[in-house]
Ligand binder design. Structure first.
Ligand SMILES: [Zn+2]
Length: 352
């Protein structure tokens, strides 16, 4: 949790949308929340009043995971919150299950296209196809975490058994898509929303900035309470995502300091520049702690207690392992750590 959260402002205070209901947070921009079955128990989704080819209706931004409970809540929203108008398009910020999970269902339900970045669309297609290389489980994840020092037989067995984890939350991806690129200007309901691509959290994450309304739909790139997950995963074992994430954050510094930020988790807030600075400081501090711990050779699993002071359930532990490797890799690629691979495949890092 963010110890400097009090430096941010929440214009709606503690008001939250009730399940199946929306709150208008800016003219034509409505906030809804859907449940998640994790420690992080909700995701924020957005409904934008829109007109496409002369038809008036709504654009949905992000979808929720594929669960009957979430579909039922969507149906309630369609009945009560759309003023009798249809959904015209679905936009997805990135390929994580809570964002893309119901994209296929929503696009089928309304016979509309999904708009995404190409890299995230392709990754969602690949992982929802049942490819056993998915991030959170299966043989590949087992090998990845084992090499990085996780030796708890129970945890490894559970990770191996979760080969269908992604597909369970994203059973199918839409079969066609509209490609969004960095800097694109998407017209939604007479407004221009400029895309900002960010790296480090997802392959090609999209945020959307509306200069006239001074509103940023930040996705997972800027969150008020929790720090954005930045992980090295099995699919790309030598990735260096932390510098990519921190460099991407700088791109939000050009936006006005009083921009209303609509994040995917937590509440709408102002204090964008403050929050970006907090993330930079947070990661600088974690990097210094990890470097200090590496006086003697350390695996990613060894440094979990350095980065995470709380008890972690299995789901959180897989994220934490990915984060630990990301911090070690940032230092390794900066030349501050050496990478040691033992005969049994164990990967450790030590100060140069
Ligand atoms: Zn995400």
């Amino acid at each position: 949790m963010n110890p400097n959260e009090h430096k941010l402002a929440y214009p709606l205070n503690d008001t939250l949308p009730l399940p199946g209901h929306s709150i208008e947070v800016a003219e034509g921009v409505h906030w809804i929340r859907m449940p998640l079955p994790f420690a992080l128990d909700h995701i924020n989704l957005w409904l934008l009043k829109d007109t496409i080819d002369g038809h008036t209706g709504w654009t949905i931004i992000d979808c929720g995971i594929s669960r009957d409970e979430v579909k039922t809540l969507w149906e309630t929203i369609f009945t009560n919150e759309l003023g009798g108008l249809p959904v015209l398009r679905v936009i997805v910020t990135h390929m994580h299950p809570d964002h893309v999970g119901l994209a296929y269902w929503l696009c089928q339900r309304w016979q509309v296209p999904v708009w995404m970045s190409m890299t995230d669309y392709m990754t969602a297609r690949l992982w929802s196809s049942g490819d056993h290389n998915s991030a959170a489980g299966g043989e590949g994840a087992w090998r990845h975490f084992h090499a990085h020092g996780l030796r708890d037989a129970d945890a490894l067995e559970q990770i191996k058994g979760r080969s269908n984890y992604y597909k369970g939350l994203v059973p199918e991806a839409p079969k066609q898509f509209v490609r969004l690129l960095d800097g694109d200007e998407v017209q939604i309901g007479g407004d221009t929303w400029r895309t900002i691509v960010g790296y480090g959290h997802a392959p090609e994450h999209l945020s959307f900035f509306n200069a006239d309304k001074n509103v940023l739909i930040s996705g997972d790139m800027v969150l008020p309470r929790i720090s954005t997950n930045v992980s090295v995963q099995n699919l790309e074992p030598l990735a260096n995502p932390l510098p990519l994430y921190l460099q991407s954050l700088r791109r939000y510094s050009d936006l006005p300091s009083d921009t209303l930020v609509l994040p995917s988790h937590g509440k709408p807030f102002t204090g964008l520049h403050e929050r970006i600075e907090q993330q930079q400081v947070h990661h600088d501090e974690r990097l210094a702690e990890v470097l200090a711990a590496c006086e003697t050779p350390q695996s990613a699993h060894d440094i979990l207690p350095v980065l995470f002071k709380r008890q972690l359930d299995l789901h959180q532990m897989t994220f934490a392992m990915g984060e630990a490797i990301a911090h070690l890799h940032a230092l390794y690629f900066a030349g501050k750590l050496k990478r040691l691979v033992a005969g049994d495949g164990l990967i450790q890092f030590v100060r140069t």
